[in-house]
Design a protein around this ligand. Structure first.
Ligand SMILES: [Fe+2]
Length: 480
């Protein structure tokens, strides 16, 4: 087994550099600092290339892209590492990068100025000015004899959250070239939306229209990287090993744990909001679901407010590809590295779930249940206003499930008379952090309005679940 990788590269996405209303500086906290830190970490690790899988900018403005380019050239002047090796840039555009005319009006009110400032107005010119290379809607790069196939998000195509068409055309652009690749060596594919029916399975937000999946399914050696959903890399379903390999990239800004794990439940988490994409429900009708499911919740939206900014360190060996997941805020790894064998071997979520150790509470852990008065949420982040009300509620306090596999959710359940069952879930906020992070082992809690729990139930149970849905041991307490 070779000890030195044949190729090393870093992967991040969703930088979302955001220009402030003054049109000059970046919004504090929405700059390029974490991106620059990630580049330094990649540089010091000895990468040959860096992938950014889209949404370099937030508003789609030239000044935002210039800030991203400046960070790159501060770390890699002349595209070189300090030891003189060339570091290849593998950056693709996401939906946010090509919507400047639509989204930048609050900064540049004047039409002509807005068009001048928007990246999409002159993509080839802007790209050449920022990075000194030609822009292509679809492009390839070759690094140390490994091929990278890259699809930019098409300007003028808006984001749906599902069946994204922005990278349609990748089959015609790349099919013939990929067919010439050596089937015994991996090649890499990069686009912003997730290839459909791969990472996160049926629950994924931000999947494409199936173009990339159709194309890559012909090439078992392909490894695809995609961003867009901002889902956390602690979710083991960020890796999909099927007809090819697909890897979600996490996000450098706005990681969100709200959507994927609990997509099967329309109401979402007690500490999250109801699902953003409900199959068959139009965006404008979503407000009714938020009113119905979110307004009565009595927990704050904690599944959206945590600070993890993640990326991947990829090492390509003769017989395997290793992917280490890193949080750039704490500098800690988010889980054990994934190892994809070469040649790749399909291994579906069910099989990986069977091999995974469930998340468990430690011995002696206890669940404490208490009656409290709690205020319903009332206003949610989309501006739906329902006056908050005080409700009798059940507060549950329990330790984090720190043993076994990485915890993803806690199920809260109660059994009533005649076998009826109430169950809901909270996102395991600590489980979004690296295992060695202090937040990982901080006690968790839930507050559930009593009216939702079966009147005939006299006990409540909390069960930790991993991201495959494996169940750990349950803690129980009497309802006081
Ligand atoms: Fe994004």
């Amino acid at each position: 087994m070779s000890s030195e990788p044949l190729l090393r590269f870093g992967v991040v996405s969703d930088i979302h550099a955001q220009l402030a209303d003054n049109g000059e500086s970046l919004v504090p906290g929405f700059g390029v600092e974490t991106f620059e830190e990630s580049l330094k970490a990649f540089r010091d690790w000895g990468v040959d290339a860096v992938i950014v899988a889209g949404d370099l900018t937030d508003t789609g403005l030239v000044r935002e892209l210039e800030a991203v380019a400046a960070a790159w050239f501060r770390v890699f002047p002349g595209n070189l590492a300090p030891d003189g090796r060339k570091v290849e840039r593998v950056f693709v555009l996401g939906n946010h990068d090509v919507c400047g005319v639509r989204n930048g009006r609050h900064i540049f009110a004047d039409d002509a100025a807005l068009r001048r400032e928007a990246i999409e107005t002159d993509l080839p010119g802007v790209w050449r000015r920022c990075f000194g290379e030609d822009y292509g809607a679809f492009f390839t790069k070759r690094v140390k004899d490994f091929d990278f196939f890259c699809a930019n998000w098409s300007p003028g195509v808006w984001c749906n959250g599902y069946a994204e068409t922005a990278c349609s055309g990748c089959e015609e652009a790349f099919g013939a070239k990929m067919a010439q690749c050596d089937p015994s060596r991996p090649f890499f594919y990069v686009q912003h939306p997730h290839p459909r029916d791969t990472v996160y399975g049926q629950c994924a937000w931000g999947v494409d229209d199936g173009s990339a999946t159709r194309l890559l399914s012909r090439f078992p050696q392909a490894i695809a990287f995609s961003g867009h959903s901002h889902e956390p890399l602690t979710n083991e379903k960020s890796l999909w090993c099927g007809a090819f390999t697909a890897v979600a990239t996490g996000a450098l800004q706005g990681t969100s744990a709200n959507d994927v794990w609990n997509r099967a439940e329309t109401a979402g988490y007690e500490n999250g909001v109801c699902n953003w994409y409900i199959p068959g429900v139009a965006r404008e009708d979503r407000i009714h679901f938020m009113r119905r499911y979110d307004a009565p919740k009595t927990m704050p939206v904690e599944a959206r407010v945590f600070d993890v900014r993640s990326g991947l360190f990829v090492s390509v060996y003769e017989n395997r590809v290793e992917l280490a997941r890193r949080d750039f805020v704490s500098g800690l790894d988010l889980g054990a590295p994934w190892v994809v064998p070469v040649p790749a071997k399909p291994c579906d979520f069910a099989e990986r779930a069977r091999c995974a150790a469930p998340a468990e509470f430690s011995e002696g852990a206890a669940l404490v249940a208490a009656r409290v008065k709690a205020l319903t949420r009332g206003v949610d982040y989309q501006g739906v206003h329902v006056p908050p009300e005080t409700r009798p509620a059940l507060r549950l306090d329990f330790p984090a499930a720190t043993l076994g596999g990485h915890v993803a959710e806690y199920e809260i359940a109660a059994e009533g008379a005649n076998g009826t069952r109430f169950a809901t879930r909270v996102c395991a906020v600590g489980g979004l952090y690296p295992r060695r992070h202090p937040r990982f082992s901080k006690p968790e809690y839930a507050i559930i309005p009593l009216e939702r729990i079966l009147a005939s139930a006299n006990a409540v149970a909390v069960t930790p679940l991993d991201s495959f849905g494996n169940r750990g041991w349950t803690l129980e307490a009497a309802i006081p």
